[in-house]
Design a binder for this molecule. Structure first.
Ligand code: ZN
Length: 79
């Protein structure tokens, strides 16, 4: 089902991960030409995606919520 994006963080591989309202995480890496998401590389692009929805397979599978291991990205303006 589709879930709204509530935030982003980077995983240990330095890939961007979207945090969904359901508690699941989903990679949103920019890895052209397979995954073309240039917006994820900029703070502005990520903020524009807040509230938009991604399809969450984990919800369909009934997976438990993902655990966050890193602190949330700071708001824009803090470099
Ligand atoms: Zn989910």
């Amino acid at each position: 089902m589709y879930q709204s994006i509530t935030g982003f963080h980077k995983d240990k591989n330095d890939d961007w991960v979207a945090e969904l309202v359901c508690g699941h995480f989903q990679h949103t890496r920019h890895d052209p030409p397979w995954q073309n998401r240039p917006w994820v590389e900029t703070i502005k692009g990520r903020q524009e995606k807040l509230g938009s929805r991604l399809y969450c397979k984990k919800c369909n599978e009934g997976a438990p919520p993902d655990e966050k291991r890193q602190s949330k990205e700071k708001p824009a303006g803090s470099t």
